[in-house]
Ligand binder design. Structure first.
Ligand code: ADP
Ligand code: ZN
Length: 554
């Protein structure tokens, strides 16, 4: 697909320079353009900032007819259209909250024989819920004016992904109605299973896939244990490494955003918070201040991010656990778009895992959209989606607890990508450590922990079980008379970190289950460990041991 002999090659070169002001193509751009212009269905995985827009905007410019672009957020669409109009490419969009007369004007233009638009943007619900739009597309199609259909952020189609949006699932209708119109699906994040899901849901035929490495060499990754002093540490980290530079701090809840921002202001940083319950004008104001460097730190939920194009974000800090590796990778990806070194620091505590898990089961996680506040989709779709979310979350936990393997490798494995960790060049915390690593069979420890959970009646938290295992004689343990349990102290020889890694591995492997319990008195969340019998049988009788490397690897 990289050939320079396509009939349109010359036109591509000229317009890429003249209209878009680019000197050359970035990796895969030419290939994607050639494939889609040849009429094929194409699926593109390109990291954020890789230049996906050009792969449909340039064909839209030089092909006759109109390119339909489906994009999740009105704010993103407006941003794109502004850029297109600046480059003198006529483009427009249709959205539900647009004035009726304005919509009529656009529809009239679409119906004219000399329609000036090269691109028409719509949000997915417009396709899923508006017959009028489908009729309009049919009319364009009949007049041979529907050149191509582009689906931006295509991972939103998949329930396996980290950002499922129900309206995206309705997009399969496009291929049914217009089987011969080429579809171009674009995303910056998809695992192999998400990709399969997307291809199937959209009904893409003999689809050509382009993907490139998701490694971001200029980002430095680390995971830091989260303590009570976390905010002081964040202040110190920024002061020492990125003073007065621009960054994002991702927080779990709206309240956290406000708390963290307030603390940083007290420490003399120019910070502000951003989350779904602020009104749109307020959010737009904060975002603008940040874009103009009037404030340099934004403490935000994941509602902040999609469509943020600031090139000089020098750090992304996760104040609490992200809900999936995909989400984490994408959030970190907002740093260092200009190619300069940037830091990604994640503050991890196991108790945050419990919190996130609880929020997922309650369906009160914010999504990364600027329009729709809290997502309730988890509760309404429960079942499979909750299961997927929990699985994604456990992988994130396992990433955090791994203190041996290269962070890049751990992320890229998740995207099905091979990566030679020697190329990390000590740009992650784990590679920085000297890793003389000894394989160790921990099956016995695993068995003891499972046994201990049973012996104590499957009523206690992981930290309590660990304390009993390591022989603590705390008040709580005495009160429960757990110093008399026969495995009390059986794990004395292990460090706290070692024992808890094995235990958490058992949770990740679904051998132990963590049940979230809301305490009645303070409304705080705790969790108790239960044994998942069918899985335990494998561990005890399946002859299947557990090595420390299993515990450490994803
Ligand atoms: P993505 O959608 O993949 O995150 P964009 O399409 O927004 O990325 O492009 C990111 C930035 O890269 C934009 O500022 C764009 O102008 C720039 N860009 C895209 N292609 C090229 C190119 N071939 N040469 C130089 N800059 C490019
Ligand atoms: Zn590394």
């Amino acid at each position: 697909w990289s050939s320079l002999d396509f009939p349109w090659t010359k036109k591509l070169e000229v317009n890429n320079k003249k209209v878009f002001g680019n000197h050359s193509f970035r990796p895969n751009q030419r290939e994607v353009i050639n494939a889609t212009m040849s009429g094929c269905d194409v699926f593109v995985l390109m990291p954020t900032g890789g230049g996906k827009s050009l792969t449909y905007q340039l064909p839209a410019l030089i092909c006759p007819g109109i390119t339909l672009v489906i994009s999740p957020l009105v704010s993103l669409i407006q941003d794109q259209i502004m850029h297109l109009l600046q480059a003198n490419i006529p483009a427009s969009y249709l959205s539900a909250n647009m004035e009726w007369t304005e919509q009529q004007d656009i529809l009239r233009e679409l119906n004219s024989d000399h329609c000036k638009y090269k691109l028409l943007y719509v949000t997915p619900e417009k396709v899923a819920r508006s017959d009028a739009l489908l009729r309009q597309l049919e009319s364009l199609h009949i007049r041979d004016l529907l050149a191509r259909i582009v689906i931006d952020e295509a991972h939103c189609v998949s329930q396996w992904g980290h950002d499922f949006r129900p309206d995206y699932q309705g997009l399969g209708i496009l291929k049914q109605k217009f089987p011969n119109t080429p579809v171009l699906a674009l995303t910056a994040t998809a695992t192999a299973s998400v990709k399969e899901d997307v291809v199937q849901a959209l009904g893409l035929v003999n689809c050509i896939v382009f993907r490139q490495s998701f490694n971001r060499p200029n980002l430095r990754y680390s995971v830091v244990p989260k303590t009570k002093k976390c905010l002081e540490e964040i202040d110190k980290f920024i002061r020492e490494n990125h003073f007065d530079e621009c960054g994002i701090i991702y927080c779990l809840s709206r309240m956290d955003c406000e708390k963290v921002s307030e603390k940083l202001q007290e420490c003399g940083h120019k910070s502000a918070f951003y989350h779904g319950s602020m009104d749109p004008a307020q959010r737009a104001y904060v975002q603008k201040q940040w874009s103009k460097d009037e404030i340099n730190i934004i403490c935000a939920t994941v509602a902040f991010g999609m469509g943020i194009n600031k090139p000089d974000v020098r750090f992304v800090i996760h104040h609490s656990l992200p809900k999936s590796i995909e989400g984490y990778h994408q959030e970190c990806g907002r740093a260092g778009r200009d190619g300069l070194h940037s830091s990604c620091v994640l503050y991890y505590s196991y108790s945050d895992y419990i919190r996130v898990k609880h929020m997922l089961s309650q369906g009160v996680m914010e999504q990364n959209t600027m329009t729709s506040g809290y997502s309730r989709s988890n509760t309404t779709n429960s079942g499979r989606i909750l299961e997927t979310n929990t699985e994604n979350l456990l992988r994130m936990v396992s990433y955090c607890e791994n203190d041996v393997d290269c962070r890049r490798l751990l992320q890229l494995v998740h995207f099905g990508e091979k990566f030679d960790s020697s190329t990390c060049q000590k740009t992650c915390d784990n590679c920085l450590k000297i890793t003389s690593f000894i394989e160790k069979d921990v099956t016995e420890i695993a068995k003891q922990l499972v046994e201990l959970v049973k012996l104590t009646g499957q009523k206690f938290s992981s930290s309590h079980v660990l304390e009993v295992y390591r022989g603590s004689l705390s008040q709580m343990i005495k009160k429960q008379r757990h110093e008399t349990v026969h495995l009390h102290g059986a794990g004395k020889h292990l460090s706290k970190g070692e024992a808890s890694r094995v235990l958490h591995h058992l949770v990740v492997e679904d051998i132990l289950k963590e049940e979230v319990k809301k305490s009645d008195v303070y409304g705080s969340v705790s969790s108790i460990l239960k044994v998942n019998e069918p899985k335990v049988r494998n561990l005890f009788f399946g002859g299947q041991g557990i090595n420390m490397s299993d515990v450490l690897n994803l």
